[in-house]
Design a protein around this ligand. Structure first.
Ligand SMILES: Cc1ncc(COP(=O)(O)O)c(C=O)c1O
Length: 398
């Protein structure tokens, strides 16, 4: 069967691949500890599930407007105003099948052949692939653990050129958990004001999953001028533990949302009708259920950061948000196992899976070699077991 040439350069998502590999091993009876999860390990709150069941019973089972029901978009507008201080008209909002689909459609509607998108690394794995599929190319800004995995205004300024169509900002970040403070957001906004033609894609999907009093600011909240050029992407997957429901949304310029609606009307149409009813209830309910989740995430975060830093050759920052840690393992790369040199983070991830039964995602998948991503969206018992195995596995290298 012929496969289109453009697919040759499209790798399957490495994070999903590692999770699948770990699951397959577990199914075969191997006691695997997986740090691969990109989703909270809590169940969707009961009140949200009940809303979906009620909707089904009430016959909410048919097509809806492509961009989501008016009630849903009004609920999203109220949500953005309550939590981010941003006012959007419901017609400036479109729901898609998860934040991933939202971003895919954003790039598809935005990019011309040859356009560049500035993306700070470490980045979420799918951005560059989506950009490529839309005919654009990625201009990566590298960051280090020492700079907290956050770009400086100078780096942003240097990355923008006449080909730059867009800049992607993801705070708190997957994979590093790093979050930009309001002052840091303001300093990036100052650079972007000098380049009014650059569209800002703000992936705020982890905005509520933050710790230690971190103050979240969306770049769209820096002023009406920036809001007008920002495409804000958010969704219910992470905050409400609804990854399987596939509910994401984009807020931004009405004409642009119209283009996304046209694309979606010819490809996937509306997201599931009864999921929309549940999403209205979720977004208007308040976030009291989150306190317990955040306390638990934060407890695990403290443990995992300390345990990683206690391992020779490993250095780990304390993240501000999300549920990932991104340790630097440069001190382990190059060591030997039974005479074989583990010459990359990829080799180390393979070694951990094969010889320690621990699944991590190699940093190279996020544009940051010599590191790895561990998700702490798994139980404390698993985290303790996994960290003990990693320490033993690294200690036994020559
Ligand atoms: C930074 C970031 N953006 C977007 C998404 C997409 O989330 P979903 O499609 O599950 O809503 C994810 C999920 O892993 C993510 O980490």
């Amino acid at each position: 069967m012929h496969i289109a040439r453009r697919m040759a350069a499209i790798p399957p998502s490495p994070t999903l691949a590692i999770t699948a590999k770990a699951k397959a091993l577990a199914k075969a009876g191997v006691d695997v500890v997986s740090f691969g999860a990109g989703e909270p390990d809590f169940d969707t709150p009961d009140f949200i599930k009940q809303a979906a069941k009620d909707a089904l019973d009430q016959g909410v089972t048919r097509y809806t407007p492509v961009q989501g029901t008016p009630e849903l978009r009004a609920a999203a507008a109220a949500y953005l105003e309550t939590y981010l201080g941003l006012r959007y008209h419901p017609d400036e909002i479109i729901f898609s099948c998860g934040g991933k689909h939202s971003l895919y459609n954003v790039f598809a509607c935005l990019l011309e052949p040859g356009d560049e998108v500035v993306i700070p690394a470490p980045y979420w794995v799918s951005y560059p692939v989506m950009v490529q599929l839309a005919g654009g190319s990625t201009h990566v800004i590298s960051t280090t653990a020492d700079q907290g995995f956050k770009i400086t205004p100078e780096q942003l300024e240097a990355a923008i050129n006449e080909k730059t169509r867009a800049f992607v900002l993801n705070s708190p970040s997957n994979p590093t958990g790093a979050g930009y403070s309001p002052a840091e957001i303001d300093s990036l906004a100052a650079v972007l004001r000098r380049h009014p033609e650059v569209v800002i894609i703000s992936d705020d999907i982890y905005h509520k999953l933050t710790y230690d009093g971190f103050e979240f600011r969306s770049i769209a909240a820096c002023g009406e001028d920036l809001k007008q050029r920002t495409l804000l992407v958010n969704g219910l997957s992470k905050t409400y533990s609804m990854t399987g429901w596939r509910i994401g949304f984009t807020a931004g310029d009405k004409a642009f949302v119209g283009a996304m609606t046209a694309l979606q009307s010819q490809s996937t149409s509306n997201i599931a009708s009864f999921a929309q009813s549940a999403a209205v209830v979720a977004m208007t309910h308040g976030d009291d259920f989150l306190d317990g989740w955040l306390r638990e995430f934060s407890r695990r975060r403290t443990y995992i950061v300390e345990a990683l830093n206690a391992i020779e050759g490993v250095r780990c920052n304390r993240p501000d948000g999300a549920f990932y840690v991104f340790p630097d393992i440069a001190g382990v790369v190059g060591r030997r196992f039974q005479g074989r040199v583990l010459d990359s983070d990829l080799a180390i991830a393979d070694y951990l899976l094969e010889h320690a039964n621990v699944a991590v995602v190699p940093g190279v998948a996020f544009g940051a070699p010599s590191s790895m991503r561990l998700s702490y969206a798994t139980s404390m018992a698993q985290i303790e077991k996994g960290l003990t195995r990693i320490r033993q596995a690294f200690d036994s290298l020559d």
